[in-house]
Ligand binder design. Sequence first.
Ligand code: COA
Length: 310
Amino acid sequence: MNKPKINIISSGKYLPKDKITNQDLEKMVDTNNEWIVSRTGIVTRHKATHETASEMAYLAAKAALDKANFSPDQVDLIIVATITGDQMTPSTANLVQKKLGIEHECMSFDINAACTGFVYGLEIASQMLASKKFRSALIIGSERLTSVTNYEDRNTCVLFGDGAGALLIEPSNSNKHEAYFFNTAKPDVDDSLTVRQYIEMDGRKVFLFAVDVIKRSIERILEDANLTKDAIDVFIPHQANIRIIQAVSKAMDIPMEKFVVNIEHYGNTSAASIPITLSEYLDANPPKNQRVLMVGFGGGFTYGSAIITT
Ligand code: COA
């Protein structure tokens, strides 16, 4: 198996200032704080006002670059995972490149793999960096989901929020930086989770799918990497519902303390959820050889995992 070696340089996030609380939602639809907290774990989510997906992506990328004092002149690849890009073309990544003032040869493009987008993007970037044609890469997840949320549908409107997270990586020569990936998709013919004008979904079906594939995806990547679950320091799952994470914790006998969870504050931010959570984890835990397993799942259905070492 081809195992690209990547070094994490930095990470960043951006969350818009405005928030939608459970109390705000109580005024919009027939719901209540107790139901939302007990069924999802969500208390607030952020809402973009003037910020587009490209603006949030840029601000998360800039936070990552500034943190490491890393010049955009060294960035040769930008991948943005999003389902709520500003427009069809130029891509969100093209707009980020422009906002960063990058005028040298740099490849930038978007990918759409719904909530798994960041994990797919990380694999694409890692494989491209292994070619040694790119000095460093920004992988960004950015979403403005409130613009595709129907605030008359209580089944969905309590779940989603806006934000962006970014990871800056470079090729490495060290064996300790070998990255592992397992990514796949299982076409859903029943339209269980779609975004046409608005997000529409069969919540129960998506819930059961998520618990099943998170478990399978974790087991599969551990097998490929020849590691046991005990060799993983932390698990960063896509933040969709606290009960999905609790169900995986129970089914796999992995303590909840090993899962990094922030859904309470942000809700489900689709492709942005894993990089936002990773960025918060890296800020709180400066690199010291920890193995991080990220696992995403979402519309498509798509799902996948990545193991990287900090
Ligand atoms: N407030 C109050 N009641 C609500 C509600 C809300 N916001 N949303 C739904 N309900 C009601 C339903 O109408 C249903 O009522 P009924 O029994 O009278 O029909 C009841 O609550 C239970 O609905 P159910 O769908 O069984 O709830 P659930 O336990 O599955 O929770 C979700 C619903 C959406 C929170 C849950 O299914 C979920 O999180 N699914 C995964 C969603 C997801 O992760 N999507 C993105 C994937 S990337």
